[in-house]
Design a protein around this ligand. Sequence first.
Ligand code: NAP
Length: 246
Amino acid sequence: MSENKVALITGATRGIGKEIALELAENGFDIAVNCRRKDDSLEELRKEIEKNGVRCEFVEADVANFEQCEAMVKDTIEKFGRIDVLVNNAGITRDGLIMRMKKEDFEAVVDVNLTGTFNVTRNVIPYMIKQKSGRIISLSSVVGVAGNAGQTNYSASKAGIIGFTKSLAKEVASRNILVNAVAPGFIDTDMTKVLSDTVKDGIHAQIPLKRMGTPREVAKVVKFLASEDSSYVTGQVINIDGGMVM
Ligand code: NAP
């Protein structure tokens, strides 16, 4: 059994998930890094996490696959003995206007972002109920709150996460499990690197703080939701967007 609190973070190999892993490691959590496939390139991340004096293990699963998530959660429990914090972070985009969007593009995004959130949470919840404690933090997006042309699939998945979060928060509050979501705006990661400079300029114009956010700025809010400082916060969606959506 781990002496530290244990956080399982999906899609933690890069981008926001990786920064959440590092931020929680710096705050004394042992970390289970979910990845689709373990390989040598992840050893650098292990070193970065472990230099904080905490444990790091890689746990494989495609979050869109329920059976793989079930096996991943069992594997995490075998390795650490408990899961105190689940961060549902894995996500993809397949942008396009509805007239051109293929059914597969809609399904792929919903399968990873929304069904993936269910798949992992469903398997973690029994352990948290037994422990009589837990935190579940899911990555929504401001486009799940406000919408965005060209992202009907992604916005639907992220709005779905908000409904999921609020319903689950009501369902498990009596078991001392707190469930919240964060809704980042435009954050500088591989997901947004694909945008052209013109699109980025247009985005900056809509942000009162006039810049993209950093993955660490998202990780800091997730850390708050994973900490004792948020012990009276559940069922909430916290925007991290430089004031873009108010
Ligand atoms: P990213 O840089 O593209 O990284 C996505 C991560 O998710 C990667 O580690 C990826 O693993 C993993 N992943 C993708 N599909 C997966 C699957 N089926 N199973 C397991 N892992 C999978 O994205 P990001 O910008 O850090 O975004 C992280 C989360 O924040 C997402 O949920 C995203 O929707 C949300 N978000 C991002 C922004 C933004 O502006 N960046 C804004 C709002 C919300 P691989 O390395 O194997 O591909």
